[in-house]
Write a protein that binds this ligand. Structure first.
Ligand code: UDP
Ligand code: MG
Length: 156
């Protein structure tokens, strides 16, 4: 089972879309293993988006990310990193396909509601950055045998 780190960015909270976005991941079948509301500091935003340092959108991106509270969310599921990226849609709200989170709720090429880790390794790092160990909860989802076929001993 894979894990991913999601940030419901400041516009998602300000526009009261957090519940709708969270529902999509719950309805898909992913398990919430960590969730909290925080305000990301400027230095934490710079660290989180370090890969984009030097690009023309870096400073406004850091300002956006640290401008207002966010919800950080850790999800667990088979191939969750990849599936969440697909559910998010393309980076630019203007280009994201209808049916995706950004495609349905965002038009901006910066204010695009959501961050999702782009690889399992990044997810591991990001989860450990935003959550303390005791904030990540391990529990057995009661519907596991209906979300997946686990009757063969594999998760299908
Ligand atoms: N972004 C931006 N201008 C750009 C590209 C990206 O403001 O030209 C912002 C946007 O909020 C995006 C974030 O920077 O979500 C990180 O960019 P990345 O390419 O990693 O996109 P993502 O992984 O979020 O789809
Ligand atoms: Mg990215």
């Amino acid at each position: 089972m894979e894990k991913t780190l999601i940030i419901l960015k400041p516009d998602a909270i300000q526009r009261r879309l957090a519940g709708k976005i969270l529902s999509r991941f719950e309805e898909k079948g992913f398990q919430i293993i960590g969730l909290k509301m925080i305000q990301i500091t400027e230095s934490a935003a710079k660290k989180h988006y370090a890969a984009h340092e030097g690009k023309d959108f870096f400073e406004p991106l850091v300002r956006y990310t640290s401008s207002s509270p966010v919800i950080v969310l850790a999800l667990k599921g088979k191939n969750v990193v990849d599936i969440v990226r697909k559910m998010m849609g393309a980076t630019f709200g203007s280009r994201a396909e209808p049916g995706t989170i950004r495609g349905d709720y965002a038009v901006s090429n910066r204010f695009n509601l959501i961050h999702g880790s782009d690889s399992p390794a990044a997810a591991e790092n990001e989860i450990n950055t935003f959550f303390r160990k005791e904030e990540l909860l391990e529990y057995n989802p009661t519907d596991m045998q209906w979300v997946y076929d686990i009757s063969t001993g594999q998760v299908i």
